[in-house]
Design a protein around this ligand. Structure first.
Ligand SMILES: CSC[C@H]1O[C@@H](n2cnc3c(O)ncnc32)[C@H](O)[C@@H]1O
Ligand SMILES: [Zn+2]
Length: 434
């Protein structure tokens, strides 16, 4: 295997804040990174199938979006400026009833396109008709953890669980290992304990994790307190959910006991600052979670509540929001925000060979064009990435060792076809459009 050499870039491995090679060399062989070192560390005698001259670029791990509903791109801009429960019950759930499988394929393709163009290489999705989402991920070339969302209180809950079981068997490890799967019970307020017990039986049987929304709004805390006399986190813990690998989206309204449980049980938390701001759900206690030793990644949530899927924006929002919430400018420093968006995000999804530029890790690499005004002067590239970078700075994207975007040209999808299909389908679904 001759592999691919990336040379000339500044290399941010994300292992430690100081692990920046000003002029580095990366070798990719198959799906994996096999070498990361300074200029001159690769023998000049060695030949490669491909050499990428990345002078003027920064190479870093691709972003990991820990929580989204990919095909909700179809509903972007359809229902804005509402609180979560009104947004879901009056606007979103009625139009989701009309979704056809093919809609999910094209909505997920748009999500993949937007994410790839902004440097995201891995995402965690919870939605409907997930065979079509998996087909889209396979075609687009991203890495994803996919779960069929289940509303335990709905009459279709049993069918959704049967679908999940079959979906996991069919897709876990597919697309050369890029696709992994989880179970997706929606939330404590839509999935009562008896349904969660059925979900856990399947999780134990198929050895997969569980992706769920927890403690997103005050309304949820109040509803669960009235029904069960405890917090959503304590309820989930007592139900036994945290004995499994859990990806818990939001975790906004937590007391100290909840934080202790999440940290002790190694629950992966997906923090979604922009969705939480837009729906006015609240501010997650990220600094307290991190201080307690909890594992926290970053997500955008769906495009209907954000309204984009831009992890660079999300990092900046996360960092700024913690500073203002705590009135402490040292809160969530740049490297910590960047770790949440990369290495720690991968750990939250249970992907232990993703999120770092290191031999043995999957070759999910982005190249960022540093030759731009907002990257000068070059005091601190980590700070620049979090506070000054924008998604259009991402030039090249490599996922699983394959170049999927080069010089901002996406190589795996026909962009015009995606726009056309999405526009047509979203008009049918919500009845608007230019
Ligand atoms: C059962 S599939 C997922 C389900 O979740 C809905 N959803 C989207 N965003 C949120 C959010 O922030 N909190 C709770 N539920 C959300 C989505 O519309 C699907 O119905
Ligand atoms: Zn969500």
């Amino acid at each position: 295997m001759m592999g691919m050499l990336i040379r000339g870039a500044a290399v941010l491995t994300m292992e430690k804040p100081e692990s920046l090679l000003p002029d580095g060399e990366i070798i990719v062989e198959g799906q994996y990174i096999t070498h990361v070192g300074p200029a001159g560390s690769v023998s000049p005698e060695r030949t490669f199938e491909r050499v990428i001259d990345a002078r003027g670029m920064l190479a870093m791990p691709g972003f990991v979006n820990c929580h989204t509903h990919a095909a909700m791109t179809l509903f972007r801009g359809y229902a804005d400026d509402l609180p979560l429960m009104q947004w879901l019950q009056e606007k979103i759930w009625p139009v989701e009833e009309r979704l056809e499988p093919e809609d999910i394929y094209w909505g997920t393709m748009l999500c993949c396109l937007e994410m790839m163009r902004s440097g995201t290489t891995t995402f965690a999705d919870m939605y409907f008709h997930m065979d079509e989402a998996a087909r889209a991920v396979e075609k687009a070339g991203l890495r994803a953890s996919l779960s069929r969302g289940m509303i335990g209180l709905s009459p279709g809950a049993g069918e959704a669980l049967d679908y999940s079981r079959r979906f996991i068997r069919d897709w876990h490890g597919q697309a050369g290992g890029r696709i992994t799967t989880m179970l997706g019970p929606h939330a404590p307020y839509t999935c009562p304990p008896d349904f969660l017990h059925r979900v856990m039986e399947v999780a134990a049987d198929l050895k997969v994790g569980i992706h769920i929304h927890i403690a997103e709004t005050r309304a949820e805390i109040e509803e669960i307190r009235q029904k069960y006399g405890k917090t959503p986190v304590v309820l989930m813990d007592e139900v036994g959910l945290f004995e499994f690998q859990v990806l818990a989206a939001h975790c906004v309204h937590l007391d100290e006991n909840d934080i202790r449980i999440l940290a002790e049980k190694k629950v992966g938390v997906a923090h979604n600052p922009e969705s939480n701001m837009k729906l006015a759900s609240g501010i997650a206690p990220v600094t307290r979670l991190l201080a307690a030793g909890a594992l926290v990644g970053l997500g955008t949530d769906g495009a209907a509540s954000n309204n984009n899927l831009d992890m660079m924006e999300e990092m900046r929002s996360a960092a700024l929001l913690q500073k203002v919430a705590t009135m402490d400018p040292t809160a969530l420093a740049a490297f910590d925000a960047l770790s949440m968006a990369t290495a720690n995000g991968a750990r939250v999804l249970g992907l232990h060979d993703v999120g770092l530029l290191k031999p043995g890790y999957k070759a999910d690499i982005i190249l960022i064009n540093l030759d731009q005004p907002h990257f000068y002067p070059r005091h601190d590239l980590v700070a620049h990435l979090v506070y000054a970078a924008r998604s259009a700075d991402v030039e090249t994207v490599i996922i699983d060792g394959r170049v999927v975007m080069e010089k901002r040209q996406v190589l795996t999808m026909d962009e015009e076809e995606v726009y056309h299909e999405v526009q047509k389908r979203s008009q049918r679904l919500v009845g608007t459009g230019l």
